[in-house]
Design a binder for this molecule. Sequence first.
Ligand code: ATP
Ligand code: SF4
Ligand code: MG
Length: 328
Amino acid sequence: MNPNSEILLDVIGLKKYFPARGAGSSGRNMLKAVDDLTFHIKRGETFGLVGESGCGKSTTGRSIVRLYDITNGEIHFDGHNIANMNERQLKPFRKRMQTIFQDPYSSLNPGMNVAQLISEPMEIHGIGSKQDRRDTVLELLEKVGLKAEHAQRYPHEFSGGQRQRISIARALSVRPEFILCDEPISALDVSVQAQVVNMLEDLQAEFGLTYLFIAHDLSMVRHISDRIGVMYLGKLVELAPSDELYDRPAHPYTQALLDAIPKPDPKIAQQLSSPSITGELPSLIQNFQGCNFASRCPFATEQCRQEEPQWLEISPGHFTACHLHGMI
Ligand SMILES: Nc1ncnc2c1ncn2[C@@H]1O[C@H](COP(=O)(O)OP(=O)(O)OP(=O)(O)O)[C@@H](O)[C@H]1O
Ligand code: SF4
Ligand SMILES: [Mg+2]
């Protein structure tokens, strides 16, 4: 792939299986956390990834930035397939791809002060002199809305929102191009969620960043995402530009996720509500015949139980895997 193309990340047939443990496991069963994902992320865009707990969002993100060895597939970052690179080959890419996690408290070493936390990635990658790093710390503290005097304090002295700001400054310190944001606001008070999202957007514009933004519900990602992928049981079931996904959801699972967003007026909520999903989330260990959503889908037919739906583009840039092809 051309390194100058508008695509920064091209993910092809990504699989990440974990050995299945526990009752009934013969030792050969695999938990298919991510099962054959194909999508790309354009330079400068925010790609939202949503789906209920356990559907494989974090595993997808961690595989893409190679925090995991993957089971199969290709991950092209700026034209380089990093899927099977070893740690030495990955080093330059580690600098270009950073991660912000849900819980900034567990991802920040409590024994390091803020200056050390923000400097550390620069030291690891041999960036700048000591003075350069000090200057960068001060510059980034300001960019994330903290003060110079915070540099000597420790993570426990901050609120959750402030700790997430420190994580963001730390991620930015090596001037990455791509940031995996794995539920970066889910653990924060509602009152500070919007502030952090707005800050991420400002930083994106200023530094030309590309984001993969993971969230478990659709209300959080609409505002920030250019395009959104919806995951169910390790697979993508729908992908579309944000507004298109909200206005014309094509997959029954996406519709159910949209129905789950609380409506301001309960009367309107009742009028709008369509048949929503019921039943237990099936196990990721079982092998499915047909559509993996069939056991919970209000529209399931015999065909759905027999034949796996193909991933099809039903309108420009709008893909879904459902036998109804959006005709619901
Ligand atoms: N290191 C691991 N070893 C074994 N199984 C794992 C591991 N990490 C994740 N899994 C399993 O893979 C599946 C997907 O997990 P993942 O954390 O990717 O889901 P998620 O969509 O991020 O969920 P959440 O919204 O709760 O964060 C789950 O069944 C999980 O138990
Ligand atoms: S293929 Fe059938 S079971 Fe699967 S989501 Fe579409 S209608 Fe529902
Ligand atoms: Mg997760």
